[in-house]
Design a binder for this molecule. Structure first.
Ligand SMILES: [Zn+2]
Length: 261
């Protein structure tokens, strides 16, 4: 049912009217050949491609930087959509990027800088008895060379709702420096870990600005309206829970994408 309505809404241009002054930012974590149905962070590559084709058909898919620049200049948003990935899993390079390249779509990869090229297993994967490798720095650089944007997601997936001062600065400025050294270009896009509104204090949001980042992405569902702050960007996490792109369209059109990850 939702599926049908979602399709109809977008096909009938109602979706275009609803999103006339807005931009959408979507967030993925892992894209793999197959996905467990109860795994909120992985979607299978077939579904990923269907989502990408849906984005390409109904939105203007742009690099996240374009949305940030429009907000900085006070320009009107016009149905842009930016594709982002959190954490830096290796399947981003091996499985997602080839699909994006084939479809000619830009994307931003937010990486946990001190986990790249290591065998760290984060607690959420440990809890599931799972182990998913990180990208190597060579792979991150290759994505950058292919024209994708690389952004920071702190050094160690820090909870910026709980740390402060020098500790927070080390996670923020440190991640920016790590990226500058590793990819040889300034990285000024930032997404905070865990993504819920309580996972970033106001003081730390100021540190994000001080560190030289130009934006700050949450993982709180919703669209971004013209005139909103680039340091308070909403993102819609997409998981296998969105069984089809049309369901995503339905949630978006009716403002019900309130999932957080
Ligand atoms: Zn994360």
């Amino acid at each position: 049912m939702k599926d049908l309505i979602g399709q109809t809404v977008f096909a009938s241009r109602v979706g275009a009217l609803l999103l006339r002054n807005e931009a959408v930012i979507v967030a993925f974590h892992r894209v793999q050949e197959t996905a467990e149905p109860d795994d909120p962070l992985t979607i299978d590559v077939g579904l990923f491609e269907r989502h990408c084709r849906f984005f390409r058909r109904y939105f203007r898919v742009v690099p996240l930087r374009d949305i940030v620049e429009k907000l900085e200049r006070g320009q009107r948003l016009k149905r842009e959509l930016a594709i982002t990935f959190d954490d830096g899993y290796r399947d981003n390079f091996e499985t997602a990027a080839p699909v994006l390249r084939r479809l000619g779509l830009p994307a931003t990869f937010f990486v946990v800088t001190q986990w790249m090229g290591t065998d760290v297993v984060p607690f959420w994967d440990k809890e599931r008895g799972a182990r998913h490798p990180w990208m190597t720095w060579d792979q991150v650089r290759a994505l950058h060379d292919q024209g994708f944007e690389i952004g920071a997601h702190t050094r160690t997936h820090a909870d910026l709702g709980r740390i402060s001062g020098v500790e927070a600065q080390r996670e923020l400025l440190g991640a920016r420096l790590d990226l500058a050294v590793a990819i040889g270009a300034p990285a000024d896009l930032f997404a905070y870990p865990f993504g819920g509104l309580d996972r970033l204090t106001d003081a730390n949001r100021e540190l994000v600005k001080d560190a030289g980042f130009r934006c700050c992405c949450s993982a709180v569902g919703g669209t971004n309206a013209t005139g909103s702050s680039p340091f308070d960007l909403r993102r819609i996490p997409i998981s296998a829970w969105h069984k089809s792109p049309s369901q995503f369209g339905f949630e978006l059109a009716f403002g019900r994408s309130l999932l957080t990850a």
